[in-house]
Design a protein around this ligand. Structure first.
Ligand code: ZN
Length: 315
């Protein structure tokens, strides 16, 4: 009975979280410590006025003033708006609480059986993707998809591929293939390129309506949602699980779970993510991307991420 009353009390407390809002450049912010209190966290500065850590019964959350980078249970997550400070208190945007932090520390995904996974090897045919000498991204995404696909089948999943050979496939054709195949999840596979010193893995889910994408440089945000936004809570959970398992199992640098409005994510009718599995422009990452033993490790990590997501959101 006491447990039951405590549960009711906690549920009411969670449902009724209110904090005095502050508007910063048109974005609504609340005091992070007020929110933390409602969710049973203790807030403590790890570095005075710079790094704040929340600890408690839920996964630890760490944020940094003036930064969009946060950590949830040690995994990097990019927020849409930077953490702000006012009178010695850390402020966080309400939108980030609602669309990123809460769905990850207190998951309430739509639950649905997860039987069929659509794997989307990026690029193909005339579209080579990133090029590093004779190495084309389109070939390595296909090799990875095949590896992930066979491991998924061994784990009892059905697998649908958007392509199984080197052919040109428009972005707009990819989500419909997943839909026709009755896929429950959509996973797009890519490799990245950038300045040679940049390395690591990024898993993207669709930017929520009204939020900024991770790489938009803080520009004006689109206020409208897409089809993919129907699955916001599930998208972010799937992306987080994959970011976590890939970083832990492959040792690739954690560049964070990010947000973007990629066409394949906008169009997807089911929870969807896009994995950038390392930088072809970085010597260390490239060696791994081209190595078949490492690819198997990456495939295992991706399947483990999907299995972990399935535990929470499957039925
Ligand atoms: Zn790509």
């Amino acid at each position: 009975m006491r447990r039951c009353l405590l549960f009711i009390f906690l549920s009411c407390a969670l449902a009724s979280f209110r904090s005095e809002g502050v508007s910063i450049s048109g974005v609504e912010y609340v005091r992070l410590s007020d929110w933390a209190h409602q969710f049973g966290y203790q807030a403590k500065w790890r570095q005075r006025d710079k790094i704040l850590q929340l600890t408690g019964a839920r996964p630890n959350v760490t944020v940094e003033i003036d930064s969009r980078k946060a950590e949830i249970a040690g995994v990097t997550v990019l927020l849409s708006f930077p953490i702000a400070a006012q009178k010695g208190a850390a402020l966080i945007s309400e939108l980030d609480l609602r669309t990123t932090i809460e769905p990850l520390v207190s998951p309430r995904p739509k639950r649905k059986p997860i039987k069929t996974i659509c794997l989307d090897p990026g690029h193909g045919g005339r579209d080579t993707g990133k090029i590093d000498g004779r190495n084309y991204e389109k070939n390595y995404t296909l090799l990875l998809a095949s590896e992930v696909g066979s491991l998924l089948r061994k784990n009892g999943f059905n697998v649908v591929f958007t392509r199984t050979r080197d052919k040109t496939l428009d972005l707009s054709e990819r989500a419909p293939i997943a839909q026709r195949g009755k896929a429950d999840l959509f996973v797009s596979l890519h490799y990245h390129a950038g300045p040679s010193e940049v390395r690591g893995v990024e898993v993207y889910s669709l930017t929520p309506a009204g939020a900024n994408s991770s790489n938009a440089g803080g520009g004006k945000s689109a206020r409208t949602g897409s089809a993919g936004n129907m699955n916001d809570n599930n998208n972010v959970l799937l992306a987080y699980d994959l970011q976590r398992t890939i970083v832990r199992e492959t040792g690739l640098e954690d560049r964070g779970m990010k947000r973007a409005r990629f066409e394949v994510l906008r169009d997807a009718a089911m929870p969807a993510v896009l994995i950038e599995g390392g930088f072809m422009s970085n010597r260390g990452d490239a060696k791994k991307i081209y190595d078949s033993a490492f690819r198997k490790k990456m495939a295992r990590a991706i399947v483990d991420g999907i299995l972990s997501y399935k535990q929470l959101a499957g039925r």
